[in-house]
Design a protein around this ligand. Structure first.
Ligand SMILES: Nc1ncnc2c1ncn2[C@@H]1O[C@H](COP(=O)(O)OP(=O)(O)O)[C@@H](O)[C@H]1O
Ligand SMILES: [Mg+2]
Length: 237
């Protein structure tokens, strides 16, 4: 469904990602792991069209994405919940959700999707008239995910959704991610909680300092030693 091939991403003279290829098939949860600074956020940003590729290609549902801007990538069914959530603090929950549907024509469908989001996240329904900034960290993450769902994506990319959340809330977010997959969504998940994510991911990639250290089934990394080896660059799939 998503095919990133030979991606190179630079920030001025700094090379952040070098020749990385990542594939996500329909219906999968794919984990993108690796230490801070590995290039994970850069890779998702490039897939979304928020950063240019210095080399390489991105295809989605068979189409070359390089000629599409971010808005048109969203229209095609690709979306991103960015690192740090980025909900609009001064807008209400409802207004945040409406913005998530900005690429679509207004109408009954949008209302339906909002009800679907409220079904998934009852707490957001309760707080629909509160501002984003007044929500707890976990609620803001739920709002960020719900907002992404408002574009009716077929592939959802999540950048560190559990960052800064209490363990109980992290468990809820991970359950939700599995629920979304069971409802037919395809997911590319960047996470620091590698061990937990590897329990339910289908396949995993490990990046370190801009290079791919592991690409293969998540189950091969269940062993702590194997995961460590991938992080330090000795395990080759
Ligand atoms: N806006 C930026 N300007 C300059 N360098 C950046 C910028 N964003 C990221 N980088 C650098 O690119 C590398 C990869 O960063 P990033 O993609 O954020 O990694 P990760 O998400 O895996 O922590 C890091 O060395 C980081 O310092
Ligand atoms: Mg990051």
């Amino acid at each position: 469904m998503l095919e990133i091939e030979g991606a190179c991403i630079n920030y001025g003279p700094v090379s952040a990602v070098r020749n990385v290829s990542v594939k996500v098939e329909q219906g999968e949860i794919v984990a993108l792991l690796g230490p801070n600074g590995a290039g994970k956020t850069s890779l998702l940003s490039a897939a979304m069209g928020l950063r240019p590729l210095a080399a390489g290609s991105v295809r989605f549902k068979g189409e070359d994405l390089r000629k599409l801007d971010t808005e048109n990538r969203v229209r095609k069914g690709l979306t991103l919940t960015p690192e740090g959530r980025k909900v609009f603090a001064n807008l209400t929950v409802l207004e945040n959700l409406e913005l998530g549907a900005a690429t679509r024509k207004k109408g009954a469908e949008i209302h339906e999707d909002m009800e679907m989001c409220f079904g998934l996240f009852p707490i957001l329904a309760e707080r629909r008239h509160q501002t984003g900034g007044s929500l707890s960290g976990g609620e803001q993450q739920m709002l960020a995910i719900a907002r992404a769902l408002m574009s009716r994506p077929s592939l959802l990319m999540l950048d560190e959704p559990s960052l800064g959340l209490a363990p109980r809330i992290v468990g809820q977010i991970f359950r939700l991610i599995r629920d979304l997959r069971d409802r037919g969504l395809t997911i590319l998940l960047v996470e620091q909680n590698a061990h937990e994510v590897l329990r339910f991911a289908d396949r995993a990639y490990v990046l370190s300092t801009g290079e791919c250290r592991y690409a293969g089934p998540a189950s091969r990394l269940h062993d702590k030693g194997a995961l460590m080896q991938a992080y330090i660059g000795e395990l080759v799939a």
